[in-house]
Design a protein around this ligand. Structure first.
Ligand code: 13P
Length: 244
């Protein structure tokens, strides 16, 4: 199965999102073998899910709290994401880890909460440039994946997003992607019992229609998690077509 997910981050408002969705549904019609998702900001979830879910496009939250409700000002819970039309949630994006202090311990709780509310977690992992330069890439990925030893198995997608490739226009090279994805697959096999759900591994970081076909040709690359290029419906539709 191929997966292409748009992460809009903190971009777009109502009119722009509506125009994007109207344009996108005229360009793609996801068939069997491909899952397409959009992760809009919270304020746009109702609008986007109303427009896209009837067309077979999934909607993801960009984050979710582990508690179902309570005194957590500024947070949004998993049942609230479901209520807004989400079928999944991004967890552990590097921007959440870097700027909002997201920890592996908190992420283990969030993955379990997502499952409890029937949301598909898309767990994002990746090393910083400093960690890569220090030869610690696989160690960091192993640490970030180790939460799955605690959560146990369940429906899950993983995105490998090297932090230094996000929003920089500097996509990871094929050999780097291949090494990371092979390692992630081996770790998933080690941590999760065999015969359970086959986890798709997506690549993210400066994905464009120019660079995506090469990535899709690599073993263990099931698709992409796309930031910048996903804000243009023409480019995003092109990525979906390449993966189809
Ligand atoms: P860019 O595609 O803009 O590099 O962003 C990648 C990303 O962070 C997706 O989650």
């Amino acid at each position: 199965m191929r997966c292409v997910v748009a992460n809009w981050k903190m971009n777009l408002a109502t009119q722009e999102a509506r125009a994007f969705c109207d344009d996108l549904v005229g360009r793609i019609a996801p068939g069997p073998g491909i899952e397409v998702g959009i992760a809009p900001p919270f304020t746009l979830l109702h609008l986007v899910s109303g427009l896209l879910r009837p067309k077979g496009i999934q909607v993801f939250g960009q984050n979710g709290h582990a508690e179902p409700k309570g005194a957590f000002t500024g947070e949004v819970s998993m049942p609230q994401l479901r209520d807004a039309g989400c079928s999944g949630v991004l967890l552990g994006h590097s921007e959440r880890r870097q700027f909002f202090g997201e920890t592996d311990a908190a992420l283990a709780k969030k993955v379990k909460a997502a499952w409890q509310w029937d949301l598909l977690p898309l767990l994002c992992i990746g090393e910083t440039l400093e960690q890569r330069d220090a030869g610690r890439t696989l160690e960091v990925l192993g640490q970030q994946l180790s939460i799955l030893g605690e959560t146990g198995p369940g429906p899950l997608w993983v995105a490998y997003e090297p932090v230094w490739a996000i929003g920089t226009g500097r996509r990871a090279e094929a050999a780097q992607v291949q090494e990371a994805h092979a390692f992630i697959r081996a770790e998933l096999n080690r941590l999760l019992p065999t015969g359970t759900y086959q986890v798709p591994i997506l690549y993210g970081g400066s994905v464009t229609p120019e660079s995506f076909p090469e990535l899709l040709g690599l073993p263990e690359v099931a698709g992409g998690l796309v930031g910048g290029a996903s804000l243009d419906p023409r480019k995003f539709a092109e990525l979906v077509k390449q993966a189809s």
